[in-house]
Write a protein that binds this ligand. Structure first.
Ligand code: HEC
Ligand code: HEC
Ligand code: HEC
Length: 413
């Protein structure tokens, strides 16, 4: 009986959240194409499948960097020969939700089918209906440039056996419809874990470190659980929504890979969906045990304090409080204190111009200090910022700065 009741409850959540899943108050008003357009925004298909500034949306050819080498995203315009025009609905669905390519071969998980599998077949066919409205572009894409043995698609069977859980999202009946919508978006179409969940040596998710932050493509993506020290615990729900909608909030600004996610995807999501994502992320428990802060007379702290006063306090303030949304309040930024300091080091070396969105058009800039400060100085000022104003985190070593310096020198901004 109890099982029966919980099944009814699950169905109730499912049916009320399915109607929310189209993102409209009245899903009947949405045509399949419009629904597909919104789902493609939630899924950010355009980012990987478009060469930036090429003017050829979805025509493929963009290299997706993985630890094993680059994988080139396919042409998904309706061109019959080089795109998806001749694909049956079954074949399209098999690619997007199950990672099976045109001739039955396996796709590389750089295509996030392990997240998209949480969508329904209807969702995916709506995306296809939307893609079919694109101008067909002839562009034959050579799929991968990986070295042996990663160039052998058959080896992906092993990856799938280890890391791929095929199947649609199943609502958790113990949670609210909003929470379930958030979980569906984060784990499904929006594939936040692709960048925010640490990976194993084979590139699979470390399930026990879910959304706890990781290194990728020359950046570090921070912890986005509800953890109070490292994650979003000190952000209000409104802070999370503002960040995802505009790329800015009182604590931080989106610049690198996240700047692109905001511009192409989250900025175009409905407020209701953003609130659902925020509610879900903030509900995730934290993991951290705070280390103790370095003493103020530690040599790196003394050097860092002097550099901070001279170079940084004009914008970020002597107490690290910044100014509204113009200059981030680095005293409240958990990213600044994250275990992996890559993104903060990179911002100081290279500067940053944060993303522009409709709700905030001109992003203010952070100057670059790569020429002015040497590795030990960058390490000192970051160590100081990480251990001041009530915060505590491991000190940054000059070696870590050299590593980011040489790594980012090889990449475009
Ligand atoms: C994070 C990057 C990324 C995102 C986001 C992404 N893709 Fe892909 N996609 C790829 C890559 C890379 C490949 C090529 C994989 C391979 O060659 O094994 C691919 C392959 C495909 C294929 C298979 C093409 C073929 O020739 O078999 C289809 C279809 C596809 N993507 C559709 C989509 C759709 C629809 C979305 C949004 C719902 C999407 N992709 C989002 C990276 C991405
Ligand atoms: C392509 C990789 C990528 C994807 C996908 C991605 N992120 Fe991020 N995210 C990053 C990186 C890298 C940063 C930090 C630096 C930057 O790019 O601004 C970041 C920063 C953030 C921050 C700021 C946290 C802080 O403490 O400053 C939040 C919040 C966030 N992401 C949420 C999300 C959510 C929610 C999703 C899914 C809708 C998502 N991200 C998808 C790469 C990604
Ligand atoms: C001219 C004003 C200005 C000065 C001077 C400045 N910054 Fe920034 N800083 C910014 C702005 C604006 C941003 C947000 C830009 C972005 O992320 O796109 C920022 C972002 C940051 C961030 C990222 C915070 C987060 O969570 O997103 C860190 C860390 C940082 N600055 C540290 C420093 C340090 C250390 C110095 C001195 C060496 C410094 N800044 C000097 C304006 C400034």
């Amino acid at each position: 009986m109890a099982r029966f009741l919980s099944r009814i409850a699950a169905l109730a959540v499912l049916s009320c959240s399915t109607s929310a899943w189209a993102g409209a108050s009245d899903p009947q008003e949405f045509t399949q194409i419009e629904r597909g357009r919104y789902l493609s925004i939630l899924s950010d298909c355009a980012s990987c499948h478009t060469v930036p500034d090429s003017g050829q949306p979805f025509a493929g050819g963009r290299a997706i960097e993985t630890p094993f080498g680059n994988i080139i995203a396919a042409n998904i315009t309706p061109d019959p020969e080089t795109g998806i025009g001749a694909r049956s609905d079954e074949q399209f669905d098999a690619a997007v939700r199950h990672g099976v390519g045109r001739d039955g071969s396996k796709l590389y998980p750089a295509m996030p089918y392990n997240a998209y599998t949480k969508m329904s077949r209807d969702d995916v066919l709506a995306i296809r209906a939307y893609l079919n409205t694109m101008t067909p572009v002839r562009n034959a894409v050579i799929a991968n440039t990986l070295p042996f043995p990663f160039n052998i698609r058959a080896s992906l069977g092993v990856w799938n056996a280890l890391y791929f859980k095929d199947g649609e999202y199943r609502p958790n009946p113990a949670q609210s419809a909003e929470w379930n919508r958030g979980a569906f978006l984060v784990d499904g179409p929006a594939h936040c874990g692709a960048c925010h969940t640490p990976k194993t040596a084979l590139g699979g998710d470390k399930a026990d470190r879910y959304l706890q932050g990781t290194y990728l493509q020359g950046w570090s993506a921070p912890d986005i659980t509800g953890d109070a020290r490292l994650g979003l615990g000190r952000w209000s729900k409104e802070d999370v929504v503002a960040y995802l909608k505009s790329g800015h909030n009182r604590v931080t600004a989106a610049t690198g890979p996240m700047g692109e996610v905001v511009a192409l995807s989250t900025a175009k999501m409905t407020d209701r969906d953003l609130a659902a994502i925020a509610a879900y992320l903030k509900s995730l428990p934290g993991r951290s045990q705070a280390p103790s802060a370095l003493p103020a007379d530690d040599p790196a702290m003394v050097a860092g304090a002097a550099i901070y006063r001279d170079q940084c306090s004009a914008c970020h303030g002597l107490e690290g409080k910044g100014a509204n949304e113009l200059f981030p309040s680095i005293s409240d930024s958990s990213m600044v204190r994250s275990d992996d300091p890559t993104t903060s080091i990179r911002l100081i070396l290279r500067g940053a111009r944060s993303v522009q969105t409709r709700s905030q058009e001109t992003g203010p800039g952070m100057p670059s200090y790569g020429k002015q400060l040497d590795d030990a100085e960058v390490a000192a000022v970051l160590t100081y910022v990480r251990n001041s104003w009530g915060g505590a985190a491991a000190s940054v070593a000059p070696m870590e700065v050299s590593k980011v310096r040489s790594d980012t020198a090889l990449r475009p901004d």
